[in-house]
Design a protein around this ligand. Structure first.
Ligand SMILES: [Zn+2]
Length: 376
């Protein structure tokens, strides 16, 4: 992650660069800002800048061996600490979940703790354990492997309970060339003993314009980028989820699915089912919920037209095609019931490959029945 990939926060980035270049960066930082302002991306970009072997004036180089390792979140001198969940009967530490964490952060640098715990498919509460705190102290006592500095990035230190006090001595008198970055969106929930020993760096709430531009860089057209930025209210995490849930993802998945079903394309359907089975449980459920919602909109669309309905152009097109193909309210209800039932089964850990295949065939049966009705 480079500063260049961080949305907004230009003043703070400039301040950090100056402090690093003058060797004045405090050794314990608390990066705080409200949800979706980008604390973790900023911590990652700062760490990458500090360790970069070929620093440029305003950013890390992005290509040296150190930057490449940071890009994969696999630099031996960067240590991550984050909320974990109970793993069988073992007391968990971040080490046990580091692979999942790399995968999650690479895909969602703006993700939050709720997303992370969902990603672990956990209903359990996250925690940063006392064992974890002791391991951090041990790890940071070692000399750095490749760089001048070793850096701890702790994401969501509010999950430290009293055990956080184990870290006080480390924060007060860290081992040589050690930096500690705490990243939080609720500074007031952090142990006051820790808070008072760190220097607060506040992230700004992102402006609508910053969010709009960042969305456009990710391929969203201007009209929608403005819409999402407005709804997101300074939260880039929210803006991204609006973007992925509405257009890029679900509309395309749905369009492909309908193509397979209506044109009776068996091989493509198997591919589609495999693609769905590869998504995590939450995304599978969200997609089905999205389709149910769109079907409800279809009923309203048929009675009142597009007025007062918030629909993307591509969604309206799908609705119009389905209506033209003879989708009646009765069929919509039947399909919605099947979708509801599938969500229920996914929650109960059904085999999703079988589930999506059988769901597709049942919906196809309804679709074909409708086509026959049209012909007679
Ligand atoms: Zn570099």
């Amino acid at each position: 992650m480079q500063f260049n990939n961080v949305v907004g926060q230009h003043e703070l980035i400039a301040k950090i660069i100056t402090l690093v270049n003058n060797h004045h960066l405090p050794h314990a930082l608390m990066l705080t800002g409200h949800e979706g302002s980008g604390g973790l991306p900023l911590a990652l970009a700062t760490a990458q800048f500090i360790l970069c072997a070929d620093k440029q004036a305003t950013d890390s180089c992005g290509v040296c061996s150190s930057c490449t390792k940071m890009g994969k979140l696999q630099h031996p001198d960067i240590h991550f600490s984050f909320p974990t969940i109970k793993n069988r009967d073992k007391i968990p530490t971040s080490n046990d979940f580091i692979r999942e964490f790399r995968e999650f952060v690479s895909a969602n640098p703006y993700g939050n703790d709720t997303d992370w715990l969902k990603f672990l498919e956990s209903e359990k509460q996250g925690n940063i354990t006392a064992l974890e705190c002791r391991e951090i102290i041990q790890k940071l006592q070692l000399r750095s492997f490749e760089s001048e500095y070793k850096i701890l990035i702790m994401w969501y230190p509010e999950y430290l309970e009293k055990e956080g006090n184990i870290l006080l001595k480390l924060i007060e008198e860290p081992t040589d060339k050690t930096l500690l970055f705490f990243v939080t969106s609720n500074a007031e929930e952090i142990l006051p003993t820790i808070q008072s020993r760190t220097q607060l760096f506040s992230l700004k709430r992102l402006t609508d314009n910053e969010i709009k531009e960042a969305l456009m860089e990710r391929g969203v057209n201007e009209g929608k980028a403005i819409q999402y930025a407005r709804i997101a209210e300074g939260d880039f995490h929210k803006a991204l989820s609006l973007m992925s849930e509405t257009e890029n993802d679900f509309v395309n998945i749905l369009r492909n699915w309908l193509n397979c079903l209506y044109a009776n394309k068996g091989i493509e359907l198997v591919e589609w089912v495999n693609g769905m089975a590869d998504l995590n449980k939450e995304a599978q459920k969200k997609f089905l919920e999205y389709v149910i919602q769109l079907l409800e909109h279809m009923i309203r669309f048929k009675t009142i037209g597009s007025q007062n309905l918030v629909l993307l152009e591509s969604e309206q097109k799908i609705i119009e095609v389905l209506i033209a193909k003879g989708m009646t309210d009765f069929f919509i209800t039947e399909i919605s019931d099947l979708l509801e039932n599938s969500i229920y089964e996914i929650e109960r850990n059904a085999n999703t490959k079988i589930l999506f295949h059988s769901l597709s065939l049942r919906i196809q049966k309804i679709v074909l029945r409708k086509n026959l009705a049209l012909m007679s």
